[in-house]
Ligand binder design. Structure first.
Ligand code: HT7
Ligand code: ZN
Length: 876
């Protein structure tokens, strides 16, 4: 396959200032007429050929300036349309008619049918599956779209922009015209046609524009859109207040479809969503579902300015829109909910997804320099680490200069396709700062390691801190440059409050932040009245792996008293990981581990601490996941030993506090009607983690069974079912609850996904057989990405002992499925396959078995570019 390189970027020789599309929709044969106004760029020779992108297209006809093109004047293949003899005039019109079959499109890219609804997905390169075009993000065009379809089966006709003329046609057909005045790249084009129910609302912008809002869902699901609509209006308001950005069209539409490769898509004025991220009510959605809906609705809406009004010059700049927009949606959630809890959640996601990526064979910079398949670069590094880099810019500049930089970005680049250099330049210009060393965060892959050691000189009242950074090698980058790493910090005194200090080397310390710009720093702080505890990387100010040489007692102290709640959580989490690694090593040797009493006591105190919000307590009490423990171990991983250690620690904590936990469980029982607000969700989260401790320490299934039966909402019901699945192996309570859930929700695919998911995550060697059997369930489907992710995605990413079963059966089953899926939907198959990325960290037996299946996949016939790219890089 071809390798695309950042350094090879060249602007296009042609522009397409206007695009008029007519869709004559039919499932098996849709005709697409594209009338393109093409303009040669100044200085480009008239003999320069025009090469348009295609992907699997059939050309029906081609005309230039209204005249049918002679066969000798062009060459059409499924993948390109080349015109060699073009009119001498700078500007001319092309009329291209192509024929496509939406009903046959299982890749879910381009125009396809989802439950009889026509819909499109064009990012990154799906538009070329609809018509021949300059399908690259720096070619911006003004679109006018006419849709013709059957009136009965497709009464709703939507595209980007504002609505225009509509009317009836012969033969039971009708049409609608849409016009989007904002020039946009082809990846933001969208069309929807089908029979959907519409929920309407409105929003008045700060500029006085009255915007008609529509959410379109399957008939009968209208009541499940209340939360999404509310989240949309809150997002619109927040972007005005926080960033001064108002919406710019007369309508904003959201459509929910059930077959979708990712979460959602920010098409201009017409966001298309995976229905999982729109539909929610207390009976069918968990608190996590509500939170995801709020975040994704916000994320796609925020793209209107960061992605659509200012788009990317090329796909290497993907983080320009994605990292920035994730940062914006994280800030939105922090303002809507609890900032500390949101930050801890975001860091858990980063460490759980991005750190393993950055530390394995698929590592790449936030702005990659090369790719074979762009679909494989919608990664945690581009999105989540990309957001961390923006967060660091805001930390370096402070809120006011950051806002000034953002204002300058919108002012300078509105309507353009921009680069990461241009983005960073606005902050340099707004703040008068040099960010050239900082820019390495975009260019170098790998998670920096930072080590720190503090020494206190009582006589001199001086604290000395030695800090060192190193960045491990990553694929294709063996030598790393020294980065600019901002570490927020505090010195915590004996009473738990922050102490005063004075930096002796003022150059590296500014506003409570240590700026590492060299490999090694020896810092000194004077005027420190007593021996402090060092609270470092507060709020996770830099996405690094930090090891502070300190004694356990200091860490326990920080876990109890650090004024920075993120660091308090981090200290406790680090203590747990250390203890669990030691315990896993003992379990592996068949020796019983022992858990330190101070840590067990601390967990009880946190559970009982009413001064802490319940959501924080729930996060603190959540033991590091098996995969987190594995990542911290780094090598020679035996998932069975890790599971054993984790279960024993849960038992130890649960038994030590059995009475107090039972009382807390009772006290948190709410009879009030369900509300999805973060305070109520936090109380449910705490109660459900306590249920897990009570279950594992008592071995009694009755409590979880009762909660399952009495549950008045899906959060409590699913939590009880999870406890039954993970803590009560073969009980009849468990069997009955699972049977009941299936009966209740068998016709509701999104809810039944939870049933697939919970079973797929249940640990132990039998999981492979369970998952294999569930693959035969009538509600399961290999072609629906949500079903596939619920069952196979969960099994491979959230079931360490099942997937990594010692005999390799988990891997073999997984490879079978990936190869089947790949034939229809390569993009989803490739994403699933990344579950094997950390195979080199496994113990030798599993490592050899994992390598075997990777090699088997690699030698499969006709491997798609998507899967080939992932498998080759994973094995390299
Ligand atoms: N920008 C969107 C990415 C996306 C996507 C990419 C490739 C293939 C299918 C896709 N669906 C959505 C979503 C976002 O980040 O907002
Ligand atoms: Zn996005």
């Amino acid at each position: 396959g071809q390798v695309f390189k950042l350094e090879d970027y060249r602007p296009s020789d042609f522009r397409i200032p206007a695009t008029e599309l007519t869709f004559d929709l039919a499932p098996e044969r849709t005709l697409v007429t594209a009338e393109l106004t093409i303009e040669r760029q100044p200085g480009v020779a008239a003999k320069t050929p025009l090469v348009l992108d295609g992907d699997g297209l059939t050309l029906v006809s081609l005309a230039i300036d209204g005249e049918a093109a002679g066969a000798a004047s062009f060459r059409a293949t499924p993948d390109s349309l080349t015109l060699r003899s073009l009119p001498a005039a700078r500007s001319f019109r092309l009329t291209i008619v192509t024929e496509i079959a939406p009903a046959e499109n299982a890749a879910l890219m381009g125009l396809y049918l989802s439950n009889s609804v026509y819909c499109t997905q064009c990012e990154a390169e799906g538009f070329r599956r609809i018509t021949y075009f300059l399908d690259r993000p720096d070619v911006l065009s003004v679109y006018t779209v006419r849709i013709e379809a059957d009136l009965k089966t497709a009464p709703l006709l939507l595209s980007n922009g504002n609505p225009g003329e509509t009317g009836e046609l012969n033969g039971g057909r009708h049409f609608a015209v849409w016009h989007d005045p904002f020039p946009k790249p082809s990846y933001l084009f969208a069309l929807v046609a089908g029979d959907l129910a519409t929920v309407s609302d409105s929003f008045e912008t700060m500029e006085g524009r009255k915007v008609a809002l529509g959410i379109h869902v399957e008939h009968g699901k209208q009541d499940r859109t209340t939360y999404a609509m509310d989240a949309l209006k809150r997002s619109m308001k927040w972007d005005e207040e926080r960033f001064g950005r108002a919406y710019d069209l007369d309508v904003f539409n959201i459509v929910a479809v059930s077959d979708f490769n990712m979460g959602a898509m920010e098409n201009k004025g017409l966001n298309i969503f995976n229905d999982k991220y729109v539909l929610a009510d207390p009976e069918t959605a968990t608190d996590t579902d509500f939170a995801n809906i709020e975040a994704i609705i916000a994320h796609e809406y925020f793209h209107n300015w960061t992605g659509n009004r200012i788009t990317c010059r090329d796909w290497f700049q993907l983080c320009l829109k994605e990292g920035l927009t994730v940062y914006r949606d994280q800030e939105f959630t922090a303002d809507q909910r609890s900032r500390a809890v949101e930050r801890i959640g975001d860091v858990r996601t980063l460490k759980g997804h991005q750190f393993p990526e950055d530390q394995g064979p698929l590592a790449h910079p936030v702005r990659p320099r090369r790719y074979r398949e762009i679909n494989n670069f919608y990664t945690a590094t581009v999105y989540e680490k990309g957001a961390e880099v923006v967060r660091m810019i805001q930390a370096l500049l402070g809120p006011d200069l950051f806002r000034a930089g953002m204002d300058l970005y919108f002012e300078r680049h509105d309507g353009e396709a921009a680069t990461v250099e241009e983005f960073v330049k606005v902050f340099e210009d707004a703040a008068g700062r040099d960010l050239s060393q900082f820019f390495l965060w975009y260019q170098q892959a790998g998670t920096p390691n930072v080590t720190a050691k503090a020494r206190y000189d009582e006589g001199a009242r001086v604290l000395a801190i030695d800090i060192e950074q190193s960045i491990p090698p990553t694929p294709g980058e063996s030598r790393k440059k020294v980065m600019h790493i901002p570490l927020a910090f505090g010195l915590v005194g004996p009473d738990g409050s922050d102490m005063d200090w004075k930096a002796v080397d003022g150059a590296s310390v500014e506003n409570g932040v240590i700026h590492l710009r060299k490999r090694k720093h020896a810092l000194r702080f004077s005027g420190v009245s007593e021996r402090p505890r060092l609270s470092l990387n507060r709020g996770f100010s830099a996405p690094v792996t930090l090891s502070v040489e300190e004694n356990r007692a200091d860490r326990i102290f920080l876990a109890r008293h650090d004024g920075d709640l993120f660091c308090r959580w981090q200290a406790l989490n680090t203590l747990m990981v250390e203890v669990l690694i030691a315990a896993a090593n003992l379990c592996r040797d068949g020796r019983p581990p022992d858990f330190p009493a101070d840590l067990v006591a601390l967990c009880g105190d946190i559970a009982a601490d009413e001064s802490l919000e319940p959501a924080f307590r729930a996060l603190a009490l959540t033991l590091p996941a098996e995969a987190d423990i594995a990542r911290e171990m780094g090598s020679n991983i035996d998932p069975d030993a890790i599971l054993a250690a984790r279960t024993l620690l849960a038992e130890a904590i649960g038994s030590a506090h059995a009475q107090a936990f039972a009382a807390l469980y009772g006290a948190l029982d709410s009879k009030a009607p369900f509300t999805p607000d973060s305070g109520s969700a936090g109380r449910r989260a705490l109660r459900n983690i306590i249920l897990d401790y009570l279950a594992v320490s008592s071995g009694e299934a009755s409590l979880a069974a009762r909660q399952y039966a009495d549950a008045s909402n899906m959060t409590d019901r699913a939590a009880a079912l999870t406890v039954l699945a993970t803590r009560h192996g073969e009980s009849t309570d468990k069997a009955e609850a699972f049977a009941d859930f299936e009966r209740r929700y068998r016709t509701d695919a999104l809810v039944l996904d939870k049933w697939f998911q919970i079973q797929a995550a249940a640990p132990g060697p039998a999981a492979v057989e369970t998952v294999r059997a569930l693959g035969e369930h009538p509600a399961f489907s290999l072609t629906n990405p949500n079903r596939l992710r619920a069952l196979v995605g969960t099994f491979s990413t959230a079931n360490q002992t099942g997937f990594h079963r010692a005999d390799g059966e988990g891997y073999r089953f997984f490879a079978e499925i990936v190869l089947q899926v790949e034939k229809k939907n390569p993009q989803v198959a490739a994403r699933l396959a990344t579950a094997l990325r950390s195979w080199r960290s496994l113990e030798p037996g599993r490592k050899a078995l994992a390598r075997e299946v990777l090699l088997r996949m690699s030698s499969a016939e006709n491997l798609s570019a998507d899967l080939r790219d992932i498998v080759d890089r994973t094995l390299a």
